[in-house]
Structure formats: structure tokens, C-alpha cells
Design a protein around this ligand. Structure first.
Ligand SMILES: *[C@@H]1O[C@H](CO)[C@@H](O)[C@H](O)[C@H]1NC(C)=O
Ligand SMILES: *[C@@H]1O[C@H](CO)[C@@H](O)[C@H](O)[C@H]1NC(C)=O
Ligand SMILES: *[C@@H]1O[C@H](CO)[C@@H](O)[C@H](O)[C@H]1NC(C)=O
Ligand SMILES: *[C@@H]1O[C@H](CO)[C@@H](O)[C@H](O)[C@H]1NC(C)=O
Ligand SMILES: *[C@@H]1O[C@H](CO)[C@@H](O)[C@H](O)[C@H]1NC(C)=O
Ligand SMILES: *[C@@H]1O[C@H](CO)[C@@H](O)[C@H](O)[C@H]1NC(C)=O
Length: 469
């Protein structure tokens, strides 16, 4: 069991950009929203642990919330309402994300912190122009078209390379086989990378093997770091825990460790912790009314872990249901396109040692089309069957389709679908086979063509049009 609750707190965020009118650039409401969602998600992860005593948890609430906010931007109706409720998004959420992303990405000499967003649409997927503009404006996302439909393996490898590039190779395979398919129309992704040295580094000479009480009956040996210095420190009665702030150089970012008073106190801490008492405890720790720093002897184990989550079921349990169903309302993203979220994938890595901390995470949202694709563009078997008796009347395989007996490729003149009918655009559906009269170039139905040319020359001007829904 992991007795530390890690919390990367962001202090004093500098809001660099002026968001649109009527939106304040104070990013704290967004911080509160992400934190509340974080605790709810933590509870979901907790209830799903294979081994509740021994299993660790590590994830990036910021990364998950950002990737889902870009998705939320493309939703409407009940789909949007549910996402807003589960993710606790405040008013002006998109301008606030812009302000937060701007603040996080300000270059500095003390530590490395980068957050990047990207969209990978299938090259045949039409994204509404307004959505495209907004996701670029608010999330600094770039769009890169990939060909999921033709070869999703190539697309997957490209995305994994992008994520790997933005996580210092710590997350080389966010997408495993089958996570994206030929049905994928859009992949939205966030990646965050942080590397910082402790303001007070631990002296490696003082690191020693020590006992760690996983549970009252299970003790293991770990590499325990040690230092004595002055820190922000607070004892919280509600949480029955000690809180300690370990700042990183630059003092914009710090780790907060919440250590239960009792050796086996983690589960009662987890049961008690909520957004209100966490915020209260952090306020007491970081903005105390009286004394500020306390002299503390600190023992902290070195650790490193990487965890991967599929978040769909957790998000559904929290109330985000519609977005995962056929019939989700993604009209701002792509009109009436019948798409839905098929998966939300998260992976996070953290390494803590005497020098400092390296932490990185990536979240991907897979959007698939609701229509199944059946593309017989490779050899297949076919049967012609009498339904009532079940008898196979004919059977065959097609390896080299050959319709030269009935048509002539060079006659396949491209003719646009009939466009106007009483001022209305008529759909192409239904004009499966249309024929252009070789003499007049007029479009004719197969029947009219057969009548006119008695079936003989009909095929000379035949065009085969795909049904475009
Ligand atoms: C499919 O992708 C391969 C490379 O992965 C390419 O050579 C081929 O032309 C593509 N086919 C289509 C129909 O786009
Ligand atoms: C996809 O592309 C990869 C690499 O170019 C190739 O190995 C694989 O056979 C292709 N798969 C399909 C279904 O075309
Ligand atoms: C990853 O980084 C390498 C090296 O900078 C670059 O050549 C490559 O294009 C990047 N790949 C992606 C998908 O961004
Ligand atoms: C502990 O932190 C203090 C304060 O920065 C530092 O001066 C000291 O060198 C550290 N001690 C050890 C043992 O690393
Ligand atoms: C296609 O069918 C035509 C007519 O039946 C025949 O003459 C031709 O040899 C066939 N071509 C192939 C590649 O099978
Ligand atoms: C197919 O069309 C071309 C060009 O119109 C013509 O030269 C050729 O004879 C035609 N072939 C058949 C089999 O009709």
C-alpha cells in the first residue's frame, strides 16, 4: 500500500493572456474544478484496484481534464451537460484553459514544465470550421491528419511517437494494438511533462535501506531519503494526518505529502478526504495565519512507477454516459456525424529521488464513427442462399473481381450527382447506378438506358456511383 498521496500544487499562476470579454483570467475556479474531479476519479480508481492493500495509484488530473475539455468543446445537449457535471467545468472553461496552458508553458530556468495538445483526425473526417478555430485558439492544439481508415497501425505508431516525443520517451506506447481502428475518426491528446529539482535536495549519502509498513502484517525494505530543514508543515485533525510541502526550485511548484498519523491510516484518510477538507488543509499548510516554516526531519522513500488506465468505466460511473453511446451529440464537432467516444486512455509516470522529481502523463480520447465499415477491397467468400430452406445455391470466392464482361473502364466518365430538385439539394443516396447517355451526356436510369439501347450499347456510358450518406 502506498501511504503517500501525491499532489502537485500550482501556486501563483500568472495569467498571461486576456481571455474573451466577460471571462476573468483568474484560473483558480478551474483549479478547483480539476481538483474536485481528481478526488472523484481517485475514488473510482480506488474501488477498482485489484489489490486494495498493495496497489499504487498515479495519474494526472490536469491531463485528463484538458483532453476531455477539448472533447467537451465539440459536444452539445445532454452529452455536454453530463460532461460539464462530471468534470465540474466552471463558466468560461475554455478561456480559462487557455490562461492555464499559457501559464504552465512559460519557459523558466528552474524547472521544465510543458503541456501540449494535439488532434489527429482521419483524413476523410470533416471537422466544423468553428470547432477547428476554437480548439486552436483555446488549447493551442495543432491538427495533423492521419489515415486511420486505410491503415490504423501506421496512424497508431505516429501518435505514439508524438506522445513519446512530448513525454521524454517515458510513455512510448500510449496506444496499444486495437485502441484505434479503421472506425476511428478523431484522436484528441494531451501530454504533460514536468521535471524539477528539489529546492532542498536530499543528500544521497544519507539515503539508507529502511522498513516501509505496507500494512501491519507486511513490511518491506526501501531506499529511504532523509533531510532536516525548515518546511511548511501542518497537522490536520480532520484528516488525522500530517501535511508537508516539498518545494521544487523556482517555488512555483511543490509536492505535498499527506501522511496519515496511523501506520494503517490510509484507507480512513481516503474515506475522509473531500474537495472541501483538502482545500482547507492545503490553505492551512500553504497560507498559514501565523508562523510559516517549521523545522522538520523528513524521511521519504525513493520511488518510481508507471500506470495505465482506461477511464471509460470510471467516467460512466461518475455520470458521463451519453458521450460514450451511439447517438452522442457531437454536433459542434462535426454536424450530424454519428460519432462517440470509444475510449479514454491515460498513462502516467513518476520518479522521485534525491535530486527531485520527473513526472509525465498523457491522455487520449478516441472518437469513432458509429457506422460499421464493410469494405470488400480484398479477397472474400460469398454465398447465394435460399432463405427458407437455408440451402446454399451458389458459393464462391472473389480474388480478382472482373467485370470487364459487362462494362468498360474507360467509359466511367465522372458525372456529378443530380444536384438540384425544386431548389433542394438531393442526396446522392439511391443513385447507385446511373448512366450517362454516350450521345447526349444526359444522366439516365438503367431502365431508360436499356430501353434506348436495347441493352447492347448501354454499358458504354455506364458510371457506377458510390452512395454518399
Ligand atoms: C494506404 O496506405 C499505404 C501506406 O500505408 C499507401 O501506400 C496506400 O496508397 C494507401 N491507400 C489508400 C487507398 O490511401
Ligand atoms: C499498414 O502499414 C504497415 C507499415 O507500412 C504494414 O506493415 C501493414 O501491412 C499495413 N497494414 C494494412 C492493413 O495495410
Ligand atoms: C519526434 O521527434 C523527432 C526528433 O525530434 C522528429 O524527427 C519526429 O518528427 C517527431 N515525431 C512526431 C510524430 O512528432
Ligand atoms: C537539507 O536542506 C537544507 C536546506 O536547503 C540544505 O541546506 C541541506 O544541505 C540539506 N541537507 C541534506 C542532508 O541534504
Ligand atoms: C475477365 O472477363 C472477360 C470476359 O469474361 C475475359 O475475357 C477476361 O479474360 C477476364 N479477365 C481476367 C483477368 O480474368
Ligand atoms: C472500351 O472503351 C475504349 C475507349 O472508349 C474502346 O477503345 C474499347 O474498344 C472499349 N472496349 C470494350 C471491350 O468495349
Amino acid at each position: 500500500m502506498f501511504w503517500l498521496l501525491l499532489y502537485l500544487s500550482l501556486k501563483s499562476i500568472d495569467c498571461g493572456t486576456a481571455p474573451p470579454q466577460f471571462c476573468s483570467s483568474d484560473t483558480r475556479p478551474l483549479g478547483d474544478a480539476i481538483n474536485e474531479f481528481a478526488l472523484n476519479l481517485y475514488q473510482q480508481m480506488l474501488s477498482d484496484l485489484t489489490d486494495p492493500v498493495n496497489d499504487n495509484i498515479f495519474f494526472s488530473p490536469f491531463s485528463i481534464s484538458t483532453a476531455l475539455a477539448m472533447t467537451y468543446l465539440g459536444t452539445a445537449g445532454n452529452t455536454a451537460t453530463e460532461m460539464k457535471d462530471v468534470l465540474k467545468y466552471p463558466a468560461c472553461v475554455h478561456p480559462l484553459f487557455k490562461a492555464l496552458l499559457t501559464a504552465l508553458n512559460v519557459p523558466n530556468n528552474d524547472y521544465t514544465l510543458n503541456a501540449a495538445n494535439n488532434l489527429f483526425p482521419d483524413d476523410g473526417f470533416m471537422i466544423e470550421q468553428e470547432y477547428r478555430n476554437n480548439v486552436i485558439q483555446f488549447y493551442f492544439a495543432t491538427l495533423k491528419e492521419l489515415d486511420f481508415e486505410n491503415n490504423s497501425t501506421v496512424a497508431r505508431e505516429y501518435i505514439n511517437e508524438w506522445v513519446s516525443n512530448h513525454t521524454e520517451e517515458k510513455i512510448p506506447e500510449l496506444l496499444q494494438e486495437g485502441d484505434v481502428t479503421a472506425l476511428t475518426v478523431l484522436f484528441l491528446v494531451n501530454a504533460i511533462y514536468f521535471k524539477g529539482d528539489w529546492l532542498n535536495k536530499f543528500n544521497p549519502d544519507l539515503t539508507e535501506p529502511a522498513t516501509f509498513h505496507v500494512s501491519p502484517s507486511n513490511q518491506i525494505q526501501v531506499e529511504m531519503m532523509y533531510n532536516q530543514s525548515t518546511y511548511r508543515y501542518y497537522e490536520d485533525n480532520t484528516l488525522n494526518a500530517q501535511l508537508l510541502e516539498l518545494p521544487y526550485a523556482g517555488e512555483d511548484i511543490s509536492m505535498i505529502v499527506i501522511l496519515p498519523n496511523d501506520l494503517d491510516g490510509l484507507s480512513s484518510l481516503e474515506a475522509t478526504l473531500n474537495p472541501i477538507n483538502l482545500k482547507a488543509a492545503l490553505n492551512e499548510l500553504l497560507y498559514p495565519r501565523s508562523s510559516t516554516h517549521t523545522s522538520v526531519q523528513v524521511w521519504l522513500p525513493k520511488f518510481e512507477m508507471k500506470l495505465r488506465y482506461k477511464l471509460k468505466e470510471y467516467l460512466q460511473a461518475l455520470g458521463m454516459v451519453d458521450a460514450f453511446n451511439f447517438g452522442a451529440d457531437f454536433s459542434p464537432l462535426c454536424g450530424s456525424c454519428g460519432v462517440f467516444i470509444s475510449a479514454v486512455i491515460h498513462e502516467a509516470f513518476v520518479k522521485v529521488n534525491e535530486e527531485g522529481t520527473e513526472a509525465t502523463a498523457s491522455t487520449g480520447v478516441v472518437i469513432n464513427r458509429g457506422i460499421k465499415l464493410f469494405k470488400a477491397n480484398h479477397p472474400f467468400i460469398f454465398l447465394i442462399r435460399h432463405k427458407k430452406s437455408g440451402t446454399i445455391l451458389f458459393m464462391g470466392r472473389v480474388t480478382t473481381p472482373n467485370d470487364s464482361g459487362t462494362s468498360n473502364q474507360s467509359c466511367l466518365t465522372k458525372i456529378p450527382c443530380p444536384k438540384k430538385r425544386k431548389g433542394k439539394l438531393s442526396r446522392c443516396c439511391g443513385c447507385k447506378y446511373m448512366f450517362a447517355d454516350p450521345k447526349t451526356k444526359r444522366i439516365m436510369t438503367p431502365k431508360a438506358m436499356m430501353r434506348k439501347y436495347k441493352g447492347r450499347k448501354c454499358l458504354e456510358g455506364c458510371i457506377h456511383r458510390k452512395c454518399i450518406p
